[in-house]
Design a protein around this ligand. Structure first.
Ligand SMILES: Nc1ncnc2c1ncn2[C@@H]1O[C@H](COP(=O)(O)OP(=O)(O)OP(=O)(O)O)[C@@H](O)[C@H]1O
Ligand SMILES: [Mg+2]
Length: 345
């Protein structure tokens, strides 16, 4: 079944259920939710205690009877009921009542490139549980390309890289369709894991999860390129004693650790370029690759890409919300007509 712009323009709200964050765009109201995809549950009563930012702050700090859960994992809804409860709370009573008043509520959702039928069904069921009578699915790659303003409808190549938490998706687009694409199951979570593991193995230090980002920033003078500072001080907990300890870590070794998971991403980009017709590759040498998604903000990732693949890399404005904004623009009918890739709904 083909998702036409007309069908999308009949949708009342759009959802991007990501492994890290959930975003909701309501037609006429704009982006109303941009919060972590996290819920905290009381395991004794089953009650939902918190969602979003507040639930995320609870991670690792809860008493035994509270469990912090992530209903979306690897880009797929893994717990439909919890995802529905989380979304209901994130959207809020007032907005939900306004949506419920629509006679035939229609929803649109981003779906990862080549998501399997079960993953698509899980997204659809989540939104049906929220009252949607019909759900249109749109490939995240096209939604993000529209959201960052790439001229996807023109007969020239655009290259987009969606750097999410669970995965990185890369595509060359032309005439509103995907020419070649790859989904690599490596994203921001894998980068964070590489940092934590490096510190554990090399320095026997456990890094609190909230310290990963400051560490990336500490590396960011020149990011992933080799001219950054020589060492930086990190506070954590000793693996053996459990006591607080600081270490000075060699930033070159740390950059190496971050680099390792990213090699798979570089391979994926190479594959997309190799499978792309030569005329389109020629366009890309001038236009470069547009980076969107939260992990596009990883310091120095753009320079590393540029050096590795030899074409310019640009970071979109507000890269983390491009996909949902693109879907929102389609709902509002704000984009030029284009032929969209068929997707089962
Ligand atoms: N300033 C930053 N520097 C480095 N990484 C960042 C930054 N901001 C966000 N991230 C990372 O971006 C990821 C979240 O990006 P995004 O919101 O695009 O993910 P998502 O849409 O939930 O995931 P997915 O699309 O894979 O399901 C997280 O892994 C987070 O660590
Ligand atoms: Mg995403």
């Amino acid at each position: 079944m083909t998702v036409s712009l007309e069908q999308l323009s009949r949708c009342h709200f759009a959802v991007d259920l990501g492994a890290a964050r959930t975003r909701v765009y309501v037609k006429g109201a704009g982006l109303v939710v941009d919060q972590p995809s996290v819920a905290a549950v009381n395991t004794r009563t089953g009650a939902l205690i918190a969602v979003g930012d507040f639930a995320e702050q609870m991670t690792g700090r809860t008493p035994q009877y509270i469990r912090v859960v992530r209903p979306v994992s690897g880009g797929t809804v893994v717990d439909i009921e919890m995802a529905q409860r989380m979304l209901r709370h994130l959207i809020g009573d007032r907005m939900r009542r306004a949506l419920r008043r629509k006679p035939r509520l229609r929803a649109a959702a981003c779906t990862p490139h080549e998501a399997d039928p079960l993953a698509r069904r899980a997204t659809i069921e989540t939104l049906v549980g929220l009252g949607a009578r019909r759900v249109e699915l749109m490939d995240t790659l096209i939604a993000a390309a529209v959201g960052c303003g790439l001229p996807v409808e023109r007969p020239e190549a655009s290259m987009i890289m969606v750097c999410g938490a669970a995965a990185t998706q890369v595509a060359v687009l032309s005439l509103g369709s995907i020419v070649t694409a790859e989904r690599i199951p490596v994203g921001g979570e894998a980068v964070d894991r590489a940092i934590v593991q490096h510190l554990r193995h090399e320095h026997e230090l456990i890094l609190p999860s909230q310290s990963v980002r400051p560490l990336q920033i500490a590396l960011s003078d020149n990011g992933l390129t080799p001219q950054g500072p020589v060492s930086t001080e990190i506070h954590g907990r000793d693996v053996a004693t459990g006591l607080a300890r600081s270490v000075r870590v060699d930033t070159a070794a740390m950059r190496e650790a971050i680099h390792t998971p990213l090699l798979a991403v570089l391979d994926g980009i190479g594959k997309v370029l190799r499978e792309c017709p030569p005329d389109l590759v020629a366009d890309l040498v001038d236009r470069g690759i547009m980076m969107v998604g939260g992990t596009a903000l990883l310091p120095g990732l753009d320079r590393m890409l540029q050096e590795a693949i030899g074409i310019p890399a640009h970071i979109a404005e507000h890269p983390d919300i491009c996909a949902v904004q693109g879907l929102g623009a389609m709902l509002e009918g704000r984009i030029a007509p284009l032929v969209l890739t068929p997707l089962a709904a």
